[in-house]
Structures are given as structure tokens and as C-alpha cells.
Design a protein around this ligand. Structure first.
Ligand code: AMP
Length: 249
């Protein structure tokens, strides 16, 4: 059982180093997670990390980490534009996201392996990822795509809450806190992410629908795509995910 770790090299970029708290896994898995927001990629990512030891590299987490750590300072112009797009539920520009991943290319060559979550989201990002991987002498084992009916996705996203202090995640129906509105772990206030509000959810799902097919097709043609039906409970979905990854060995 591996833990998530602080992923500082990923979250903070060049100059930051990770504490190596986990043992090095027997195999460094190189995986991409695909699927619409709210399909449960984050939960599956936690389970994949725990079992296979790969490092969870989410591009959304990099933006959220930057937003939380401004400490009153103005963000760089590129980051300010990115954070405003994120708040509205829109995609950040390919150039900005690719640059952010390129700066962190060493994470894609790490001995722990990686689990990319939220990248690539467009075909240009998929091409850029191949180029970045080539540059560090690495390549993908698989792109795992999670899918579920849209009504279920909207229900999952709109009920999501997160602790303002420790970032623990909850769901008003599926994973409620013991005291409504308060975190079980630290007592912090539970809030709804701006991009989980109804208008932003609609925009995010539209953005996903507009860009996902070429990416899925790209990985299908390369023989890398693995499809997982993700409507069930997280453990049942993970049983399928685990088996799909084990078959790659
Ligand atoms: P996520 O947590 O993956 O849903 O990402 C949150 C937000 O970050 C998205 O709605 C986008 O605004 C932005 N974002 C994250 N990854 C990407 C990406 N690969 N391309 C464009 N925008 C992204």
C-alpha cells in the first residue's frame, strides 16, 4: 500500500523536490487517465496510487495549488488567465498547460512512474505529451478511459464538497460529513469549488465533449486505450481498473 506523497516537484514545478516517502514500486507504471469531470477519476487515481505506487500528476491540482499559495501576491499573467478560465469551467489554453507539463518533464521520468490525470485533454496536448515523453526517454503503458451517463456525472459533481482547510473531499449524498458543513478530519468549513457550481459544470462538460473524441481515437489507434464503465461504486470500478492494468504487465 503506497501513500500519495506531497508531489512537490509536480505541484510547485522546477526547483522543488519530492520527499521519497514510499518504497520504489517493482514497476514504474506510465498511465494516462481519461474521462469527463466527475466520472470518479480522482477516486480511481487514489486507489491506483495506493496499489501500484505511481505518482498522481493532476494538472487541475497544479492550478488549485497555485491559487491557494498566492498568499496575497498577484499571480503571473499566464497563471491569472489560467485561473480565471478554470473558475468559469473553461479549458486553459493548450500552450499554458503544455508549458506547465514540459517544465515538469522530470516527473514523467521518475522511478515511481506516473498517473497523469486531466492531461491530455485535447489532441494537441496528446501530441505534445508524446513529444515530452520522447524527450525524457519514456513512453505510455496505457490510457484508461472512464465513462458514465451524464445525469450521474452531474449529480456527482454538484454534490461534491471540499474542506477549505485540509482539502478532504465529501459528497452531500454519497459521502456526507458527520456534522453538515464541517470537515470530519479538522472541523474546517466545507465549501463547493467554484467550478462545481451549476453554470461551470455545464461549461466543463461541454468543453470535455468538444475535445475528448480525437484524444480517445488517438489512443485507440495506438492500441493504448482501455475503457472502464464507471457508474458502479468506487471499489467495483477499481476491480475493473486493477484488472485492466494488471493485464498490461
Ligand atoms: P480538473 O481538476 O482536471 O477538472 O481541472 C480543473 C480545471 O483546470 C479545468 O476545468 C481547466 O480549467 C483546468 N485544466 C486542468 N487540466 C487542463 C488541461 N489539460 N487543459 C486545459 N485546462 C485544464
Amino acid at each position: 500500500m503506497y501513500s500519495l506523497g506531497k508531489r512537490l516537484a509536480w505541484l510547485e514545478g522546477p526547483g522543488a523536490t519530492c520527499e521519497k516517502t514510499n518504497p520504489v514500486p517493482p514497476r514504474a507504471w506510465h498511465l494516462v487517465l481519461l474521462g469527463p469531470p466527475g466520472v470518479g477519476k480522482g477516486t480511481q487515481a487514489e486507489k491506483i496510487v495506493a496499489e501500484f505506487g505511481a505518482c498522481h500528476l493532476s494538472t487541475g491540482d497544479v492550478f488549485r495549488h497555485a491559487a491557494r499559495n498566492l498568499n496575497g501576491k498577484a499571480p503571473s499573467p499566464a497563471m491569472a488567465i489560467a485561473l480565471a478560465a478554470m473558475k468559469r469551467g473553461e479549458l486553459v489554453s493548450d500552450n499554458t498547460v503544455v508549458e506547465l507539463v514540459r517544465e515538469r518533464a522530470s516527473c514523467l521520468a521518475c522511478q515511481y512512474g506516473f498517473l497523469l490525470d486531466g492531461f491530455p485533454r485535447t489532441i494537441d496536448q496528446a501530441h505534445a505529451l508524446d513529444d515530452i515523453l520522447r524527450g525524457v526517454g519514456s513512453k505510455l503503458d496505457a490510457a484508461v478511459n472512464f465513462f458514465a451517463p451524464e445525469a450521474l456525472i452531474i449529480e456527482r459533481l454538484s454534490g461534491r464538497r471540499v474542506c477549505k482547510q485540509c482539502r478532504t473531499g465529501y459528497h452531500v449524498a454519497n459521502k456526507p460529513s458527520r456534522v453538515p458543513g464541517r470537515c470530519d478530519a479538522c472541523g474546517g468549513e466545507l465549501i463547493q469549488r467554484d467550478d462545481d457550481k451549476p453554470e461551470a459544470i455545464r461549461t466543463r462538460l461541454q468543453a470535455y465533449a468538444a475535445t475528448c473524441n480525437p484524444v480517445l481515437e488517438y489512443y485507440r489507434k495506438k492500441g493504448l486505450l482501455r475503457e472502464i464503465e464507471a457508474s458502479g461504486d468506487p471499489d467495483a470500478v477499481f476491480a475493473q481498473t486493477r484488472s485492466a492494468i494488471q493485464k498490461l504487465a
